[in-house]
Ligand binder design. Structure first.
Ligand SMILES: [Zn+2]
Ligand SMILES: [Zn+2]
Length: 405
């Protein structure tokens, strides 16, 4: 990697910020104005599925309120995302003007890290919501950079990937059971330890009250969970279609139904159904036939078995979301321990969300520009959407001369 960065430094020697950042204008000020004002709707489309799915699944009754809150969060995230990238591009110009030449680290990495600090303008939970997808992409890139045989197998084999997702899912549900108030989003919450004979609350059904304290039969309970999750998946998909076709719907309100149901991602729906179905089914099975197995073990094994749903829809996003969520919950679990190490408390006082977002975003942009074969698919989409195509242009102007294009 050192030899590669030296090589890039050599290539960048003759380049100016005009060549790389704003080939359409000589003026750095004009470029800053253009980056700031060139806002597109792509950022909204990018943040939509992740934010909306957590909003819809977290809510119990008032869906309209949840959807409006989701739309607000999505707008905030895409506006901040846009300005972070615009600031990053501007900082790159500032760096060039200060240092009088472009370097491997000062063209993309440091400017992105600094530009990303715009995220600190958001409230804390929104910062975490913003940092999460970038942490997932960072993790995906990390997997691609680890040059080990087992990693190659894991990436290429559907069944190995599924096995690791099952381990991750079991571990995550175990941690979610230990750390109840984590505030993170995951498709399932472990059931509350309900008292026996307590009538299950209709509204609480999706939270999976203690599996075998449910009043219906176990099969009804499992099927009910699958139906509820199918509805969630369908609702998110329809909302996503509406959001991405809003212009067309406005122009032709008569086409609302075909447009809203045009591109339904059935993978998401079948994954959700299989995930909750396997979890509940394993819980019920163990509760009925395992002769008093403790709830901790039942939950861990059910979480592990639920992970098999991954085989229906193997993808990096699911996998990395699971691992990143696990790290977050574990962090909170550590903080809540009585003998929590002092160093953890000290680190937690730092503006962690902004720092993590900054580092992950800077790595993602750096990899996208200089190592295009290692970039995460999601990070490519995210960066392209947030920078309104700006970084993609940068990628071509930078890697074009590097690879002799
Ligand atoms: Zn410039
Ligand atoms: Zn049951």
């Amino acid at each position: 990697m050192t030899a590669y960065s030296k090589y890039i430094n050599e290539v960048l020697r003759t380049k100016s910020c005009h060549d790389l950042i704003h080939p359409w204008t000589m003026s750095c000020r004009q470029s800053c104005q253009d980056y700031m004002s060139n806002w597109s709707f792509d950022g909204v489309k990018f943040f939509f599925p992740a934010i909306m799915i957590s909003m819809v699944m977290k809510t119990k009754t008032n869906y309209t309120k949840a959807i409006l809150k989701g739309i607000y969060d999505i707008m905030m995230c895409s506006v901040v995302g846009h300005f972070s990238f615009a600031m990053a591009m501007t900082t790159s110009c500032v760096m060039y003007n200060l240092l009088k030449r472009c370097y491997y680290s000062t063209t993309v990495f440091i400017p992105s890290l600094l530009g990303a600090q715009m995220v600190n303008l958001l409230p804390n939970n929104a910062i975490i919501g913003h940092a999460n997808p970038f942490a997932c992409m960072f993790f995906e890139i990390l997997i691609k950079f680890i040059d080990l045989e087992c990693m190659h197998t894991m990436r290429k084999s559907r069944w190995w990937g599924t096995f690791w997702f099952m381990c991750g899912s079991g571990g995550l549900l175990h941690l979610l059971n230990k750390q109840r108030k984590s505030g993170v989003f995951w498709f399932l919450a472990p059931p509350k330890k309900a008292k026996n004979n307590e009538a299950p609350n209709e509204e609480d059904i999706r939270k999976i009250v203690n599996p075998c304290s449910h009043s219906d039969s176990c099969s009804t309970f499992v099927l009910q969970g699958m139906r509820t999750y199918a509805n969630y998946g369908l609702m998110v998909e329809i909302l996503r279609n509406i959001a991405s076709n809003i212009g067309k719907i406005k122009a032709k309100p008569g086409d609302f139904l075909p447009l809203a149901t045009r591109k339904i991602n059935y993978n998401l729906i079948t994954f959700l159904m299989a995930y909750v179905g396997c979890y509940r089914w394993t819980c019920c099975l163990l509760n009925n036939y395992s002769n008093g197995m403790s709830f901790d073990v039942v939950n861990l094994l059910a979480g592990f078995m639920a992970g098999i749903a991954y085989v229906l829809w193997p993808n990096y996003n699911l996998f990395s979301t699971c691992i990143v969520t696990m790290v977050q919950v574990y962090w909170q679990y550590l903080l809540n321990q009585e003998n929590c190490p002092k160093i953890i408390e000290k680190i937690n006082r730092l503006p962690l969300g902004g720092l993590i977002y900054g580092i992950c975003m800077a790595v993602c942009v750096q990899v996208m520009v200089f190592y295009p074969d290692k970039t995460a698919h999601l990070s490519y989409t995210a960066i392209k959407a947030n920078s309104s195509g700006g970084v993609e242009g940068l990628k071509f102007t930078l890697t074009g001369p590097l690879f002799g294009q």
